[in-house]
Design a protein around this ligand. Structure first.
Ligand SMILES: [Ca+2]
Length: 587
């Protein structure tokens, strides 16, 4: 078969993505009411293998391009048998590297990526941005966050995924190299985007009609940063549990661990189950002992007794998050132990410590450096403990030391005074032209006027966040949405936020955590239908996306709930099964 793959000249961002905007004439009122035109499908031209030799782009080396048969991979990357709805369609898997170079630390760096180009393409591009410290090319299946249900590749998008410019999961040492740090912050997205669009053009004979970017956690951060820096490159931004103040959140984690330590008996190191990932011989004290799973269930029960019915249904879900923060007081509403811990009460020190950590990280003179956290029924979940007790010791100190604190330094464990680290987040160390706050966070996140630029061209952002997220506060995402609302008129035209009660960080917890937020985003962008609610399901027995072991026994295996556009609350209509989303409305 004769290929029609074009050879591209170097450094050309070849697409005119915004053609649909040209008729809007810059009139904001019109731009706000008209959707962008819908993407049109196309089939792959030529053959997949030829891409390796034929596609040229500045500072790009394609290492392989191979066809992947329909059903050969599913969500999570594993082969499936028998076939399920989670199977990926037939596609071309392209792997490569951009910007191969030597870092100032003498190490080799490159932006590693893979791109999956479906044989039958829906005309859209999806940039899958990943979590944690990046460093690994996750399969470009277009994972959407929440309990797995579908992915962008499954829906026919051409999908790219990258390691964000360094190699090695959970290894923060790349922070010594300014460009690697910048690539992790935002540079890799900026460099890959025009290349990916050119590759799409070469593969299908036209540029993507519509482009989307999305991810959860650090991926949510990437997406929010892209909205501030690359507002002209994407039409839809899917933001999950965004760590949009990642350095500050990491600092709050370390600060929190010092407070949990107040409650914990000294653990003989030999008995500790935790080891430090960068120095495997170092054991970490088990700070989870002082506010353990049983204690957290006591708090969850107290939260439910105050807050569950506020949404009209005693269903084990606190849907009116804002009302609950007013109704519940951990010191007042949790029984105080008069003798030892007996499974029904907490000590005064436990309660004041929980209250202190939930109130958010503070400097020595009481100024908040990170957000407060909402009280919610998911405090009992395992992922909550993993973030507060394990990652706060094993992941966050390393990230602060090498990436977020400016110059590389040692983070003193269990110190309550981190004023110098807080200052360092905003300082420019020798050899760096930007602070960590500038590199990692959306430009001007305190006054997000850049959302006005998205609004003018008809682009949209959809955010979602588990209320029981223990590392990035859902209230911080609400606060950002509120700031957009204060700075951009009619902000409901450009950003809508969906809280997921009970959900831990990105998925899991006692929650309806399985939902597809991409389809409503596409409808909003391309048809002008703004999402009012998204139906979410629990992952009970038999769920093909993986069973959620933390669902309360009393819940139906197929419970559904509407996730409502903030500030509306999923409210029980007063009759009908509480297991069914249709008996709730957004009020
Ligand atoms: Ca309820």
């Amino acid at each position: 078969m004769k290929t029609t793959l074009a050879t591209f000249s170097v450094g050309v961002a070849s697409v005119a993505l915004l053609s649909a905007c040209s008729h809007l004439g810059g009139q904001q009122d019109i731009a706000q009411s008209l959707p962008l035109s819908a993407a049109k499908p196309a089939a792959m031209l030529g053959n997949c293998v030829d891409i390796t030799a034929k596609f040229k782009y500045d500072k790009l080396r394609i290492t392989s391009s191979v066809p992947v048969a329909a059903g050969a991979v599913a969500m999570g990357g594993a082969p499936t048998a028998p076939k399920t709805a989670y199977d990926a369609p037939a596609h071309c898997l392209v792997k490569g590297v951009m910007d191969e170079r030597k870092g100032v630390d003498g190490k080799d760096y490159a932006i590693g990526f893979e791109m999956r180009l479906p044989t039958q393409w829906n005309g859209r591009f999806y940039h899958q941005v990943n979590g944690g410290l990046d460093g690994v090319v996750q399969p470009a299946l277009g994972a959407l966050g929440g309990g797995p249900l579908t992915g962008a590749l499954h829906q026919g998008f051409a999908v790219i995924s990258s390691d964000a410019g360094h190699n090695g999961s959970q290894n923060p040492s790349f922070g010594a190299d300014p460009e690697a740090r910048q690539n992790y912050g935002y540079g890799a997205v900026g460099k890959l985007t025009p290349m990916a669009k050119s590759l799409i053009t070469a593969t299908y004979g036209k540029a993507p009609d519509r482009s989307y970017i999305g991810g959860c956690s650090n991926g949510g951060r990437h997406t929010m940063v892209a909205a501030s820096r690359y507002a002209d490159q994407y039409d839809g931004y899917l933001v999950g549990a965004p760590g949009y103040r990642l350095p500050q959140a990491a600092l709050a984690q370390v600060w929190g661990s010092a407070h949990w330590k107040d409650l914990s008996p000294e653990t003989p190191l030999a008995a500790s189950s935790l080891t430090h990932p960068f120095a495997p011989s170092v054991k970490l004290p088990d700070i989870s002992l002082g506010f353990n799973a049983q204690d957290r269930q006591i708090v969850a029960n107290a939260i439910l007794s105050k807050c569950d019915a506020l949404d009209g249904a005693k269903d084990g879900m606190v849907q009116d998050v804002a009302a609950c923060q007013k109704a519940f007081d951990v010191v007042r509403d949790v029984p105080t132990c008069t003798a030892g811990r007996d499974g029904t009460c907490l000590s005064n020190l436990q309660k004041t410590t929980v209250a202190k950590v939930f109130a958010g990280g503070k400097t020595s003179d009481g100024k908040p450096f990170y957000a407060n956290f909402p009280f919610d029924a998911g405090i009992s979940a395992a992922n909550w403990a993993a973030w507060k007790y394990q990652n706060s010791q094993a992941l966050d100190p390393g990230a602060l030391s090498y990436i977020f604190a400016g110059d590389v330094r040692t983070v003193k464990a269990f110190d309550k005074n981190y004023d110098d680290l807080n200052s360092a987040i905003y300082s420019k160390p020798a050899g760096f032209s930007q602070s960590s706050d500038e590199i990692m966070s959306p430009v001007g996140y305190d006054k997000p006027n850049y959302m006005g630029a998205l609004q003018k061209r008809g682009a949209k952002m959809l955010t979602y966040h588990g209320v029981s997220d223990a590392v990035f506060s859902e209230l911080d995402t609400r606060a950002w949405v509120d700031r957009v609302s204060s700075n951009v008129p009619n902000s409901g035209n450009v950003v809508r936020h969906f809280s997921v009660p009970g959900m831990s960080h990105c998925s899991a917890g006692p929650a309806a955590d399985q939902f597809d937020a991409l389809t409503p985003l596409v409808k909003w962008v391309e048809q002008g239908i703004a999402p009012e609610s998204i139906v979410a399901s629990v992952r009970g027995a038999g769920n093909a996306g993986g069973v959620n072991a933390e669902l309360p026994k009393e819940w139906s295996n197929t419970r559904t709930r509407p996730l409502c556009a903030y500030p509306k609350v999923a409210t029980y209509k007063g009759n009908g099964s509480i297991e069914d989303a249709s008996n709730f409305s957004c009020q």
